[in-house]
Write a protein that binds this ligand. Structure first.
Ligand code: ATP
Length: 598
């Protein structure tokens, strides 16, 4: 038997990610990063083969990413865990009942009328400000967060003390004539420093007890003609005063067919949900499903985001994992609570620490007009001090089905008659014909008990956002003893075993004495069940490090003793403990670690 070829998809060298200092970061475990420099993290992910920039050889394309050999396994595991835990094996409902769930896989391009009915064509837009200086667009409601990441702003901030509002005029002047020329050529402070600084001085002297905040300071340095324009807000790219905010559609357009006319215009779906609503009746008719039940879909979505940023967090092409759960209006609140709590718990069962998960009920000012309640499950990504949305769980009432009933003209297809409930109440009526009963003019509330438009609870998660959260959460630097017993820093991706790209690595201790053959035997026995890796190159310590960086939970070594008694050592990635087990038990050890925990 020959040894399996080295599949060679792990980098052969140790990488180190220098993290930003954590002086103003959040509290957390010492070995878990509180703030990560995302540019460096993206480089680490690229070097490891998790995520690459799309079309990098041509300079890349903003908002698009590719998954490398390790990343594709990780993302597949995430989507499979979601499907397994939510569709095939959801936990019992609020009353201990079995949950009925089915799946769909809809086309990305649909009849454009779908997007008119859903409201996307008219209102799926973000407030956007165009820069008259460089022509770039900035999302208006995220201006200050984007400015905080801008190069010129990060340089200028060194000359200002936000806590006290203090600055040194000479240093600001020097910045304007030096670095500012290069970084923010269109900033008022750079174009006309004397005038801009005189406005600022007047303001500071006028209210000595109320020093300017960072935002106010930034508005002043962006203003050249205070009286004519009032205070301005600068472009994050070049510093020029930004124009008015306008709503800009996020829909990606294309054409179906060769004629590129208004009639042939189509959209790349901005969410997977509408394919589910459009097929709601098909699912009911082609199955024997009864309410309540859910339909799930995993698939690509496209949004022409104004400012893609924070690595893959805000991309223009991404994948969603969405559920539309249909239920009786009277039961919708309890189902909303069920899904909200279940979805948060799910992330914890896959290794996301509860401290980093922040469910947040949306306020009146941000919630969609039709929504009865929405909770954003937010995660404390290490690129920001504020938690960011991983998933939205929305109680959408009857909005979507009502919209499709209205726009498609097939109203009756969206009404649901609850036969089970009708039959259960048979003893309370003189007729069992719904039609006859309706002639008795029953109160609307009684009718709605049996015939109604279902309410919908929508847990809508991002596969790429969760992949990013998993990568951030897993990234750890700790200290371990090297071969000589000296402490060395190792990078280890502490993925939950279910999500780990490689489940186990198999090493012959040395390439002789029958060990490679034995290791190959084990490799082949495990390969049909798990993604396993064979590595016989270099010292065992180096092989461990490579697997730690890939996040492999188990390393299995075939050594001299294996040749005598068919036992192997299994080394645990996190505890570093080595256990000796029978070769025939290895599969069971891995299987146990992969058992779902929801
Ligand atoms: P955000 O406020 O961050 O733009 P959203 O509220 O518009 O998100 P939804 O429409 O609720 O997002 O979409 C559901 C999920 O899809 C989000 O929770 C997120 O995980 C994912 N998602 C949405 N937009 C993007 C994007 N541009 N890139 C990556 N994932 C996204």
């Amino acid at each position: 038997m020959t040894a399996p070829p080295d599949r060679g998809y792990l980098p052969g060298r140790s990488l180190s990610l220098t993290r930003a200092t954590q002086t103003e970061g959040r509290a957390g475990d010492a070995d878990v990063p509180t703030r990560i420099d995302m540019a460096k993290f993206a480089k680490f992910c690229k070097d490891m083969g998790f995520v690459y920039q799309s079309s990098e050889i041509y300079g890349g394309i903003n908002g698009f990413w590719d998954y490398g050999p390790l990343g594709v396994e990780l993302k597949r595991n995430i989507k499979e865990a979601w499907w397994q835990d939510m569709v095939r094996n959801p936990p019992p409902g609020p009353d201990g009942q079995e949950i009925r769930m089915v799946g769909l896989d809809c086309s990305i391009i649909m009849n454009p009328k779908v997007w008119v009915a859903s409201g996307h064509v008219a209102t799926f837009a973000d407030p956007t400000r165009k820069c008259p200086g460089c022509g770039k667009f900035t999302r208006a409601d995220q201006l200050w967060a984007i400015l905080a990441e801008s190069e010129w702003m990060n340089s200028l901030i060194q000359e200002f003390t936000p806590a006290t509002g203090q600055y040194d005029t000479h240093r600001l002047m020097k910045w304007a004539r030096g670095k500012g020329q290069k970084l923010a050529p269109n900033l008022a402070l750079v174009k006309n420093p004397e005038v801009t600084l005189s406005f600022l001085a007047t303001r500071v002297n006028g209210q000595p007890d109320a020093p300017p905040s960072l935002q106010e300071f930034t508005r002043y340095v962006a203003t050249e003609q205070l009286e004519a324009t009032g205070l301005q807000e600068p472009c994050p790219a070049c510093g020029a005063p930004l124009g008015e905010a306008k709503q800009v559609s996020l829909m990606f357009e294309s054409h179906a067919g060769l004629d590129k006319t208004d009639e042939s215009k189509v959209y790349l779906r901005p969410e997977t949900a509408q394919g589910i609503f459009a097929n709601y009746r098909n699912v009911l008719d082609s199955t024997r499903l009864k309410l309540p039940f859910g339909i799930a879909q995993v698939g690509k979505a496209f949004r022409n985001e104004v400012t893609p940023r924070n690595f893959t967090f805000r991309s223009r092409e991404f994948e969603q994992m969405e559920i539309e759960f249909f239920c009786h209006p009277a039961e919708s609140q309890q189902w909303y609570e069920y899904w909200r709590d279940l979805r948060k718990k799910w992330y914890s069962t896959l290794g996301i620490r509860s401290d980093n998960l922040k469910p947040r009920e949306q306020g009146k000012d941000e919630i969609a007009f039709y929504s009865i309640g929405t909770t954003d499950i937010e995660y404390l990504f290490p690129f920001s001090d504020d938690p960011q949305e991983l998933e939205g769980v929305a109680h959408r009432g009857a909005y979507d089905l009502t919209q499709h009933a209205k726009h498609s003209g097939v109203n009756e297809k969206f009404m649901y008659f609850d036969e089970e409930r009708w039959n259960a109440d048979a003893g309370t009526r003189t007729t069992n014909s719904f039609k006859e009963w309706m002639k008795t003019n029953p109160p609307a509330a009684d009718v709605e008990k049996y015939q109604f438009t279902p309410h919908v609870i929508e847990p809508s998660a991002g596969a790429d956002r969760f992949t990013l959260a998993v990568l951030c959460e897993a990234y750890t630097e700790d200290k371990v003893p090297d071969a000589k017993g000296n402490e060395e820093t190792r990078i280890v991706m502490k993925f939950h075993p279910r999500l780990a790209p490689i489940k186990a690595a198999i090493f012959p201790l040395v390439n002789k004495d029958g060990m490679p053959e034995k290791a190959t035997e084990l490799y082949r026995a495990l390969k049909p069940y798990f993604n396993v890796f064979f590595d016989d190159k270099g010292a065992v310590g180096r092989r461990y490090r490579r697997q730690d960086e890939a996040g492999t939970p188990f390393c299995i070594t075939i050594d001299g003793q294996t040749m005598q008694d068919d036992t192997v050592t299994i080394r645990d990635r996190d505890t570093l403990k080595q256990e000796r087990v029978k070769m025939s038990d290895v599969r069971g050890v891995i299987e146990k670690a992969l058992t779902p925990g929801v």
